[in-house]
Structures are given as C-alpha cells and as structure tokens.
Design a binder for this molecule. Sequence first.
Ligand code: FES
Ligand SMILES: [Fe+2]
Length: 460
Amino acid sequence: MSELELTLDDVRRGMIPAHIYNDREIFELEKERLFGRSWQFVAHESEVPQSGDYVVRRVLEDSFIISRDDQGEVRAMFNMCLHRGMQVCRAEMGNATHFRCPYHGWSYRNDGRLVGLPFHREAYGGEAGFSRKGQTLLPSPSLGTYNGMIFISLDPEAPPLDEFLGDFAFYLDYYTKQSPSGIELRGPQRWRIKANWKIGAENFAGDMYHTPQTHMSVVEIGLFREPKAERRKDGSTYWAGKGGGTTYKLPEGTFEERLRYVGYPDAMIDRMRATWSADQCAVVGDSGFMISAASLFPNLSFVHNWPRVEDSDDVLPFISIRSWQPISENETEVVSWFAVDKEAPEDFKAKSYKAYLMCFGSTGMFEQDDVENWVSLTSTAAGSMARRLRLNSRMGMLADGSAVVEPLSGDEFAGPGVAHVGYGEYNQRHLLDEWANHLERPVTKSAGVEFGATKVEVGS
Ligand code: FES
Ligand SMILES: [Fe+2]
C-alpha cells in the first residue's frame, strides 16, 4: 500500500493520522482532487440584488466576479484578464456596467463579454485582425443555486447541485428559508486563522462534545441561557446527503412554544409553519430538536444559536454561514456572514445581528474559544511526532465498530438521514470519509480541471 492509501485507510477506521492537519503534500492533493471538483458556496443572491451588482469571491487561489448582468442573470466569471492575466476587478463589491482591466485597459461588460480594447485598430488591426466577438471572461465551469445560495464548481462535470446536496437540503431550509422570501446576508467578515481548514468543518459538523469544556466561560458569564452546556448530550446529531449537524433537545411544548423558547417572535413562527414541510415542522414540534451547527462537505458551515443579548432572561436567535477557505495547509480564511430572514421585523434583525457579533464573527466569544484549540492542534500536527500518532475519532462506536447507541427511529426523529442522540463523532467520520473518497480519485482530463468550454482565439 502506498503512504496515501495507508493514510486513507486509517481515516476510514476513525483513526486519523495527525499530520493530515498540517501537511503540504496532503494540501496539494486536496487542492487538485477535492477543491478542484467540489461545490463551493460563493455568495447569496441577496448580495447582488440589482443589475450590475457584483461581489468578488475566491475558491482557493481562483478569484471570481459574481455579478448580476443587465438581463438579471447571476454569473460567476473568472477574474483574470484575457490579455496578460491581470485581476480585472480589484474592488470587493460594487455596482458596474463594465469592468476595466487596470493593466492595459481591456474592458468587459458585466456579463463577461470583452467590449473594449485600447488602440484596437492600431495594435490589433481592428475587428478584422482580432474580433471581440465570443471573447468573454472564463465562466465558472459549473454554477448552481439553492434558496438563493450561489455555488460554483471548478469541475465542468460536477453532479448537479441538487443531487450533490441530497437530503441535506432539508436541513439547509432551517437556516436559509424561514419564509418564502428567504434570507438576506450581512458581511462577510473575513479574517485568517493559523489553522487547517478541515478542523472548523469537522467541529461544526458534529462536535457537541467540546461545548461543556471549551465554552465553559460563555456559560459562566451568562451569555448562554441553556442552563448547562453539558445538556448538549441530550441533543442529537444527524447526517444526510453531503452534510450533517447538531441539535439541542427542546423542553416539552408545541412547535410554536418551542420556537418561542429560542426567541422567535410569533409572526416569524407563523411563516416558518407555512414555509416548511410537515416533516421539517415535525423535527421541531414532534421530535423536539432545534438545529444548531452544521457542515456541508467540504468546507461550508452553519450555526444557529440563541444567546441572551440583554440583561434579561430573553434569548434571541441568530444564524451565521461560514466558509473555511484554505490558504495553505496551516492557514484558513474564515468568511463569515450573518443571515436573517428577509421578512423578520427590523428590531429582530438588529438584535439578531448583535447576538451573532457577541457569539461568532471576529468579535465572537465562541469563535475565540474555538480557534485557540484549532491553532494549537494545527501547529503541533506539523511536527515529526504527529506522524506517529493516530487521533481517535471513533466516539459513538464500540471496539468492534458497532454503535454505542442505536440511531433514532423515524418516530423519534422526523428528518431524513441518520440521527443519534448524544455524543459521537459520526459526522466528523462522514466528512473525512468523503474527503478520503476525493483524495483517492486521481483527476483525469475528463474530470476536467481543464477549461474546455471557452476557447480564447487570439488572431494569428
Ligand atoms: S492584462 Fe488586462 S488589459 Fe492587459
Ligand atoms: Fe465551539
């Protein structure tokens, strides 16, 4: 067996070679075999509501302009000039009919078409010498949307987004569709942490086990109303399609009472009741679980929590969406958005934003607690002793691989996928299994990291 095969084999047994959290060779493989073909969330349609609105987002080193063109269509275009490769759009967001390259001044419409070349006639012989027709910034090889969330893939043969999401879409709706209007975003905040990107994704996917320890001080200062962080063991984790997450067990009550318990006003609860399917309502109303953190493979996470924002016992929920963008094997850019239902009352939006800022984002207390662990883990993973260590990621499994607790039945948990009550590293294992499946599959030409779609013909 090759070294890679041994590593993947260990990962699949739930014994993780510690060096995968800080290993240059592994990172090179991840770039090619994983990020070269996975779906990546880049923006939400509400960030580009008007024609001409754009944001610039990255997938690793590749910069993309996500714009709404004059026909109202959302496009994702590789932000590299066809001429000498300068980054065409340098601003992070704005509104423009055209983008002009800062280097020599080629200009492009907001749908990517090349429309202007300085000294076109003198330098290229005009249209006859070099026709602008058909010349466009390279489109993202694949693009898909779900609830207004814009995903792109560098793989032209990526499976359709819906197929990729599978049953995880059921859970995505709790975060991104609390009313027919869906969400609006604020941000993103961006900052870098000296930690490997996988750690955040794993933590949000299913690590309820760290809360009582890592976040003890948040409970002690009373930010968090849940009486004891150790109550997390009463919650469940679920895995469905290409993602999974954690939940809290709610006190007895109806759907409405339980949503009120986490701080939603009645008008929002009525819209959730009307927007969600019977099964989506039943997870809250009958099974009694409230979704909390989650991750979608490979590096997109969500969090829903309900801290106390004022000096009272009242709590208020917030939602954050974040992408763990790898910079290198030991550095990650966190891109963190605040999300809120578009139809929520304005005072709810304001307080919910405050709740987010207190808990997550660059000022968030949970965030700071978490990152301390991840940075430390990453730095130690670079050493030679880490190459000898297999980290135990088998929580929830007995020695023979059978389950410590049986999965919940359909009567106990109304959502799709497999759910377990209590602590277990089921979801971290699912994420790393997907990771292993990608890493073992070499990229062939037909899997297409090549851009065949747009040929740039430069005049002879
Ligand atoms: S590199 Fe863009 S115009 Fe020359
Ligand atoms: Fe945490």
